[in-house]
Design a protein around this ligand. Structure first.
Ligand code: IMP
Ligand code: MG
Length: 182
């Protein structure tokens, strides 16, 4: 791993093993809840890609996978509250139960918006899943149906999550050193 990336991390918050356990826990919850049903996992690019791949490999159900790109506009590390879809799904959803997969639920703006957007396509149901949840950061009233860990109030990177498009390939989730922002 590129040493300059590792040097920018002040602390590992969740190790590869922590993430693996969380992924398995969520996968089993989904498996129990959707027995005999057709499930469509919709991953939000780019951050949810590693999580969706690991999650899907642990769910023993009839699954389809699709991806969307939805930008909740950020100035630095804070959302501005506007969501724009730049890549939509191509899967037909009328006979499917959708679970939207994101890396982290922060303000809740993105997932809250996408639930309504996808419901309008008439799927059988829509639920949400995020590896990390930051419920104290909500600017809209919103609950994630499936989550791995309640994350502390830090901007985190790794396992798909970025700061200015860097650090996505880290296998763990870490807190960035403050010197990286300044
Ligand atoms: P929300 O609409 O504010 O909930 O935004 C969720 C999106 O913001 C996530 O999909 C991430 O792309 C991004 N995000 C929120 N918190 C973090 C963080 O701590 N690190 C990296 N990305 C984050
Ligand atoms: Mg994202």
């Amino acid at each position: 791993m590129c040493s300059s990336l590792i040097n920018d991390i002040s602390r590992v918050l969740y190790s590869e093993e922590d993430i693996k356990q969380a992924v398995i826990k969520i996968a089993k919850e989904i498996e129990n809840d959707y027995q005999g049903k057709n499930v469509l996992l919709i991953g939000l690019l780019k951050g949810a890609a590693p999580f969706l791949c690991d999650l899907a490999r642990n769910i023993n159900l009839n699954l389809s996978i699709d991806f969307m790109t939805a930008s909740s506009y950020y100035n630095g590390t804070e959302t501005t509250g506007t969501v724009t879809i730049t890549k939509d799904i191509s899967t037909k959803v009328e006979d499917k139960h959708i679970i939207i997969i994101d890396d982290v639920a922060d303000s809740g703006v993105t997932l809250n918006y996408l639930v309504e957007y996808l419901k309008a396509k008439n799927p059988l149901s829509v639920k949400t899943c995020a590896l990390l949840d930051k419920p104290h950061r909500r600017t809209v009233e919103f609950n994630v149906d499936y989550f791995g860990m309640i994350a502390p109030n830090h901007f985190v990177v790794g396992y798909g999550m970025d700061y200015q498009e860097k650090y996505r390939q880290l296998p763990y989730i870490g807190i960035l050193k403050e010197t990286v922002y300044s």
